[in-house]
Design a protein around this ligand. Structure first.
Ligand SMILES: Nc1ncnc2c1ncn2[C@@H]1O[C@H](COP(=O)(O)OP(=O)(O)O)[C@@H](O)[C@H]1O
Ligand SMILES: [Mg+2]
Length: 330
């Protein structure tokens, strides 16, 4: 990646608490309580990836220390610290020696992926937190609170970052980023990014950037291509062709999807399953034929998992669904 190709997740990480999307209960507690008093307890932020935990921790650092936030904040990742808890202890000790360069009574340590630490390491962490509590505050980040031992939980204020971020908010943010980057994005592409990211803003922004790197308009197909996948809309069209249109033409397209575009036969079978049961699908499988159709899908799914050629299983499956729809119950 060249130097001007900065990661959009970093470039568009909100720096102020107010600019963080959603998470209103967290924002209100942070701004109302501790930032007014200037004194904060240890904090535990938990919630799924890409919902703003690190962003909030960094925004608090800025709020506390202004321009001097970097030298007063130590960022550690529990999974990256090769030396484990001993290394973390050394770093904390070193960092806690120096008092803050600005008015605040303590310095800040942000410890990411704290729930990846073993219970023993967490016990040691708890002692470290206590030992240095006069000069440092911890913000622990985790996916699940259950991954953090009770004695640490009870020493922290807990903040839940709720999943998923609302769809409107995520798509609004993506539109804003696209317009600031001068990238054109279709509504279908935004829907596809939402399907893929499901409220994980990091994944959403990374997908948008990867798709935009192709250089043209970002449409649904480009989004899936950026992820090395084939667009479900295209797969659906080919399935429809195979079942109610020109079978041999459709088979050629399936072959090309699998051989040239890296489509996974298992993904195709899953899409066929969805098409067979869906009420809105173009296949319009009558309700009374659905059980039989699903049974057929499951047979081919099973054979594929048992090691049979995926490509042949897809053809066989399409042929049988076609036959079922043409002959009904026979
Ligand atoms: N609530 C949010 N509001 C605005 N942007 C967000 C939000 N959550 C995540 N992001 C975006 O996603 C990226 C990753 O967010 P981050 O705070 O690191 O997530 P995590 O919860 O995994 O720590 C950020 O750089 C930012 O661009
Ligand atoms: Mg994070």
């Amino acid at each position: 990646m060249s130097s001007e190709e900065v990661l959009w997740v970093e470039k568009y990480r909100p720096s102020r608490i107010d600019d963080i999307i959603d998470q209103d209960h967290v924002k209100a507690r942070v701004k109302g309580g501790m930032l007014v008093s200037g004194n904060i307890p240890h904090l535990l932020f938990f919630g799924p990836p890409g919902t703003g935990k690190t962003t909030m921790a960094l925004a608090i650092a800025r709020e506390l220390y202004g321009d001097a936030w970097r030298e007063n904040t130590l960022e550690l990742n529990a999974s990256d610290e090769r030396g484990g808890i001993a290394m973390i202890r050394e770093k904390v000790k070193e960092f806690a020696k120096t008092m803050p360069t600005v008015k605040a009574p303590f310095r800040l340590i942000i410890l990411d992926e704290a729930d990846n630490m073993t219970p023993d390491a967490q016990q040691a962490l708890r002692r470290i937190m206590e030992m240095y509590t006069a000069s440092v505050r911890f913000i622990l980040l985790a996916n699940y609170p259950s991954g953090i031992i009770e004695p640490i939980q009870s020493r922290c204020s807990l903040f839940r970052f709720s999943p998923p971020l609302p769809k409107d908010a995520v798509l609004g943010r993506l539109r804003e980023i696209a317009s600031r980057e001068g990238v054109k994005v279709t509504d279908e592409a935004l829907e596809a990014i939402w399907d893929i990211s499901q409220g994980d803003m990091r994944k959403a922004i990374n997908t948008l950037q990867a798709a935009a790197s192709f250089g043209g308009v970002v449409d649904e197909e480009v989004v899936y291509r950026a992820l090395g996948k084939v667009s479900p809309t295209r797969v659906r069209a080919i399935i429809t062709e195979a079942v109610i249109g020109d079978f041999s033409k459709a088979v050629k397209e399936v072959a090309s999807l699998i051989r040239n575009e890296g489509a996974d036969p298992l993904d195709i079978i899953k899409i066929i399953h969805r098409e067979v049961v869906s009420a809105t699908s173009q296949l319009k499988v009558p309700d009374e034929l659905k059980p039989k159709a699903v049974y057929i899908v499951s047979e081919h799914h099973y054979r594929l998992l048992r090691g049979s050629s995926g490509e042949l299983q897809v053809y066989g499956l399409l042929a049988r669904i076609r036959k079922l729809l043409h002959e009904g119950y026979k």
